[in-house]
Design a protein around this ligand. Structure first.
Ligand SMILES: Cc1cc2nc3c(=O)[nH]c(=O)nc-3n(C[C@H](O)[C@H](O)[C@H](O)COP(=O)(O)O)c2cc1C
Ligand SMILES: Nc1ncnc2c1ncn2[C@@H]1O[C@H](COP(=O)(O)OP(=O)(O)OP(=O)(O)O)[C@@H](O)[C@H]1O
Ligand SMILES: [Mg+2]
Length: 514
């Protein structure tokens, strides 16, 4: 069988291991379920193309004992008449559509076409025709791979079937090594710079493969297999909104919802991890800096905490804060040292274990070169099932997001600045850090005593519950500064006038710069 032969003859040991593991999963599925009860979810993408050929090889090895005495040349176009599900969509690229249909015909796939969304299509299918297992080309790093294993039952609320993910642990490089080693056809879009293909509305060629021709000012793209860094596979995908990502948080109305922008203020909390800050030997500068940054994009900060380098202290704080805030930032205690417990604390707060994250491991390997200590590198262990890596070309290592917790590796303000800018670029439109209507503020200064101002100010707070009216003084004997913060300039002006009216003219002066 040509696929099996090509891999066996290759010198790529990593590819061989990945291939053997995937074939093992496929054979397990063929042994567990009747052939008629198994389906293959095929959409013409590169991952499902790899899976198709693995299924052909697995089916061949399952059906017949391999016979290499003829050099493996028989069954060159080995068919695999497996039930194949294609969720056809008017938004699919025509190249993807034609590749899917042509490939299905070439290999005798029993194509069942759906013009419905995945869930409704699967519900209709399972009502009519029992299916117990579906092969899917999901890979770690796909947004929907979180929490999945090679055999994962469908999610609650979905019709019941087993999702079989034979290439879950394959990297971008593995995918291309396989397609090129086996010399199989793949969709032509991958030769035009597309590296991951969604709909025509959310997919463009990957800018990292662009070769601009200055003489014609035309843009050309190198083929997908030349992408030097598989971590940026999805750079051509316009990020979609996921209302589930943050439960009732900033996603719920979507970023374009004017109402959400104008009337809501999202809430963030900041957690610093560091015994040194608590000893007073190190001054935390990241917390105040994060507060300013959050304020500048219209977010309110509900709380800053400093906790010890201790898993339970981190876990308690995260657990307590994560449900009351739209986002939590945590920094300090990130790394390979004994005191770096923040990631473990986050895992504990969510009740999940730490598990090796292959994608993250690849980044660390890249970063550390010979210092990297291989599979046992503790830094590559991330909270299982809740971690999403946020990639940006300016970051050597992606940011780690565990549901609504962002783990920052920054240790000083300059590093924080860089991570923040990337985070904003990645998420200010599509979440989690949706930019909100900015805050506006005005400040008044007065030499009136606290006793004189206390009651009128209390009343003012009741009259303007939408504003944050705060007071502070730089010294006990110096002037009192009254700060009005809100999202509506007119309301702030009204509150200022209302306060001034309660006292003699000239009792207050406006402070320009705070
Ligand atoms: C055959 C099949 C089964 C799926 N089963 C589930 C499921 O059990 N739970 C779930 O949340 N999503 C399920 N999905 C949806 C996927 O998680 C994901 O949305 C889909 O692969 C599209 O990825 P995209 O949104 O990146 O295009 C399934 C999709 C397919 C094609
Ligand atoms: N429209 C669809 N019809 C059938 N299966 C689908 C569809 N969309 C996704 N799938 C299944 O989900 C898997 C993951 O989709 P995903 O888009 O991540 O990968 P791909 O399309 O194979 O490759 P690429 O990442 O290059 O787009 C596919 O391999 C396929 O098994
Ligand atoms: Mg795709």
């Amino acid at each position: 069988m040509e696929i099996d032969k090509a891999i066996r003859e290759s010198n790529d040991r990593r590819l061989k291991t990945k291939y053997n593991n995937a074939i093992y999963v496929i054979q397990r599925a063929f042994a567990l379920y009747a052939f008629e009860e198994i389906a293959f979810s095929f959409n013409g993408g590169k991952d499902s193309t790899v899976l198709l050929h693995l299924l052909r090889a697995g089916y061949f090895l399952h059906k017949e004992r391999p016979n290499y005495s003829d050099g493996g040349h028989t069954n060159c176009e080995m068919k695999c008449p497996i039930r194949t599900l294609y969720f056809d969509s008017p938004c699919a690229f025509p190249e993807i559509n034609s590749f899917t249909y042509e490939t299905a015909a070439t290999y005798d796939l029993q194509l069942e076409n759906f013009r419905l969304d995945f869930k409704s299509g699967l519900e209709a299918l399972l009502r009519e025709n029992p299916i117990r297992a579906i092969f899917i080309g999901t890979r770690i790093g796909d947004p929907n791979a979180v929490g999945q294993e090679q055999f994962s039952p469908s999610s609650p609320g979905w019709p019941p079937f087993m999702r079989v993910n034979p290439i879950l642990d394959w990297s971008y490089r593995d995918i291309w090594a396989f397609l090129l080693t086996c010399k199989v056809r793949y969709c032509s879009l991958y030769d035009q710079g597309y590296t991951s293909i969604g709909s025509i509305f959310d997919t463009v060629p990957n800018a990292l493969l662009c070769i601009s021709d200055s003489s014609t000012s035309k843009e050309n793209f190198r083929p997908a297999y030349l992408l030097p860094d598989g971590r940026l596979e999805r750079a051509g995908r316009v990020k979609k909104l996921s209302p589930l990502d943050f439960g009732d948080g900033p996603f719920i109305n979507g970023p374009n919802n004017v109402d959400a922008h104008q009337t809501h203020t999202f809430m963030a909390s900041v957690i610093a991890v560091g015994d040194e800050i608590l000893f007073g030997t190190v001054e935390d500068q990241l917390g105040p800096s994060l507060c300013r940054k959050l304020h500048s994009i219209g977010w309110a900060v509900s709380h800053i905490a400093v906790v010890r380098n201790d898993i339970d202290s981190v876990a308690d704080e995260v657990e307590h804060r994560k449900s009351f805030n739209d986002i939590l930032f945590i920094y300090g205690g990130v790394g390979p040292l004994h005191s770096d417990v923040s990631i473990a604390g986050v895992a504990k707060a969510f009740g999940v274990r730490l598990a090796p994250n292959e994608e993250f491991e690849e980044h660390l390997r890249h970063l550390m070169c010979d210092q990297y200590t291989g599979d046992r590198n503790e830094m590559a262990q991330l909270p299982e099932g809740i971690t999403e890596l946020l990639h940006h070309e300016n970051l050597l290592v992606p940011l780690i997001k565990c549901q609504n917790v962002i783990i920052l590796s920054a240790t000083n303000v300059i590093e924080l600045e860089k991570q923040w800018d990337c985070l904003i670029e990645l998420t200010s439109f599509s979440g989690p850090l949706v930019s909100m209507a900015p805050f506006v503020s005005k400040s008044l200064m007065t030499s009136l005593s606290d006793v004189e101002t206390a009651q009128p100010l209390s009343k003012l707070c009741l009259e303007f519950p939408d504003l944050c009216i705060g007071c502070f003084r730089k010294s006990r004997v110096g002037p009192l500064i009254i700060n009005f913060v809100g999202k509506d300039q007119d309301r702030i002006d009204l509150a200022l006038q209302a306060l001034c009216k309660k006292f003699n003219r000239g009792a207050f002066s406006e402070v320009k710069c705070m």
